[in-house]
Structure formats: C-alpha cells, structure tokens
Write a protein of this length. Structure first.
Length: 317
C-alpha cells in the first residue's frame, strides 16, 4: 500500500522507546518526524514539533513505561502540541499501557488510575489508541474513542514453533490468564495447565496447586507482564516439582523491575521470551532473555488504520 509518500501520515515519538518508533517507521518506508522532547531546568517537559503536521494523520509512538509519569506526560504534551498544530487525526500508539494494573477498586478510597489515564489522553486530543496486550481487556471500555487492541500471541507462537519444541503444554500463571494461554495453546496445538496461587501481599505469590498435567512435558508459561519475576520464577519452580522436563516463559511486556533479571538468571527457566514494547537496557540483556520485535505488527496496524481497513484481520489464525 502506498502511504502517499508520507505527505499525510506522520510518525512521531518521545523518549520512551525511540528505537521501536524507528523500526515502525522503517517498516512503513517513512522517517520519524523531527521533534524535540526534553526538560526545562525546573524539570518541566518541553516539546517542540519541528515540522508541519497540518492536515496530517499523526501516530505518536510512546509506551508509558518507566519512568511512567515522565513518559505519560511527554505523550500528553506531544498530543496537545500536534492538536494545536492542526493535525487531522491523532493516534496514540501505546505498546505498553502504564497504570493498566490499576483497573478497578479492590478496597475503599482507592483510585482507578487506568481510567484516569484514559480520560487524560482523550481530553488532550487523542482520537484513537493503538495498544497491545492490556493487563485488563476492559480498559478498552474506559475510552470513548476507538481502541485497537493488538495481541502478542502470534509473535510469540511463531518463535516457539520455529524452535520445534516437543511435548508442549502451555501454562497460565493464574486463573485470570487462561484466555491468553488458550490462544497460544490453540496456535501450538498443545494442551493447557493452570497454576493456582494466592497473593498474601502485593507482589508476593504462593503456588497452591496445579490444574493439568505437565509431567515429562516442555512447559511454556505465558503472561502479559513480567515485573519483578517473583511469581514467574516460583511458578517455574513448581512446574519442575510437578515433573516438567523443561520450562520456558513468554511475556509481552518486559518491565523487569529489580531484582527480576537476577531471579530469571538463577531460575530453572530455560529462556524468557519477551517483546520490545518496552526497551530493554543493555544491563538487563542476558543470554536467557530473547527479545522479539513488535514493529511489523504495529506497522501493519498503522497501514490498516490509515487505509480504513480491518485491523482484526491481522489476527485471523
């Protein structure tokens, strides 16, 4: 598809993941637009759009990853800047949606921060959101504008198929992740198992039981986010106890807060497969962690949005 030589489509990015933005632009045969995103001496975010976006369909690639408040503020101010510069459409391409785990009230006087972020984006002037593997799918309903929700399972499954692993079983790390595990299992033609666990405290998980059979099989744990990797490594240890031959893990969003990398390195996980929705700093790159690019998928989604074509057809099995 011809993208009008970039005359109507612009790819912009902040400081969250410029490398991914460049990969997406390269896939589209475009260049990332000229922008200045920096800080004033007092710490305020400074944004300057250094080329015309009048009448353009602008896609701003900016995962709201760590430092989440800075990357979110950059995105909001960039949206305001291009809106005031007369962009026709403003799509926030948010590969990783920060605050997604704060999607409901679990006790009194608690915020629903994921909804607040949706309100902020809409108020700033976003006309469409493209994101991937939201922690809670219902966050799509927090927006009164179109949301294209991409899934990482096809990228992860293609990589696993290429590895030609034997006797696979796909494992959901909790009851809430069964749907995601089923999607991967269907693509790999494998059975599923479920780890039943409880959380006695935030960030702490205890494996209580295993539903399904992993004995003598290659277990693949799938989740949307790996943060401190405590639950992931404990789950892998439990799978080995239940007789799994090998344990792999795949997660779309590699938050990898300390001491996640140390835990993964010390664990029985043979390989942790993640995507580049969040940039992985060099100090966290290890032979155990494999990073897959989501740029082609986001590039195809942008082509379809720009051309008024179906995005959901990207995921037809």
């Amino acid at each position: 598809m011809v993208l009008d030589n970039g005359k109507r489509l612009r790819i912009l990015t902040g400081n969250a993941n410029p490398k991914l933005a460049e990969e997406i632009a390269n896939y589209l045969g475009l260049s990332v637009g000229e922008t200045l995103v920096s800080r004033f001496n007092n710490g305020e975010t400074q944004v300057m759009i250094e080329e015309s976006v009048r009448g353009a369909n602008v896609f701003i690639v900016q995962p709201t990853c760590q430092p989440v408040n800075d990357t979110l503020m950059e995105l909001l101010i960039m949206v305001d800047a291009v809106r005031r510069a007369s962009a026709t459409q403003i799509t926030a391409v948010i590969p990783y949606y920060g605050y997604a785990r704060q999607d409901r009230k679990t006790r009194g006087r608690e915020p629903i921060s994921a909804k607040l972020v949706a309100n902020l984006l809409t108020t700033a002037g976003v006309t469409r959101v493209v994101t991937m593997d939201l922690h809670a799918g219902q966050i799509q309903g927090f927006f009164d504008i179109p949301v294209d929700h991409l899934i990482g399972v096809p990228i992860l499954s293609d990589y696993l198929v290429a590895k030609q692993l034997d006797d696979l079983v796909v494992v959901s790390p909790d009851l809430g992740g069964v749907s995601r595990a089923r999607q991967l299992a269907d693509r790999l033609h494998a059975p599923i198992a479920i780890i039943e666990k409880r959380r006695p405290a935030p960030g702490v998980a205890e494996v209580m039981n295993l539903i399904g059979n992993v004995e003598g099989k290659t277990a693949v744990i799938i989740d949307d986010i790996v943060d401190t990797a405590g639950s992931l490594t404990e789950g892998a240890k439990a799978l080995q106890k239940y007789g799994a031959k090998e344990v792999y893990a795949c997660c779309t969003h590699a938050v990898l807060s300390d001491p996640a990398v140390e835990r993964v390195e010390a664990s029985n996980i043979k390989e942790l497969i993640v995507t580049n929705t969040i940039p992985l700093p060099s100090e966290k790159c290890t032979p155990k962690i494999k990073v897959l690019s989501v740029a082609p998928l986001f590039g195809e989604a942008i082509i379809r949005i720009f051309g008024d074509l179906s995005v959901s057809k990207l995921f037809d099995a």
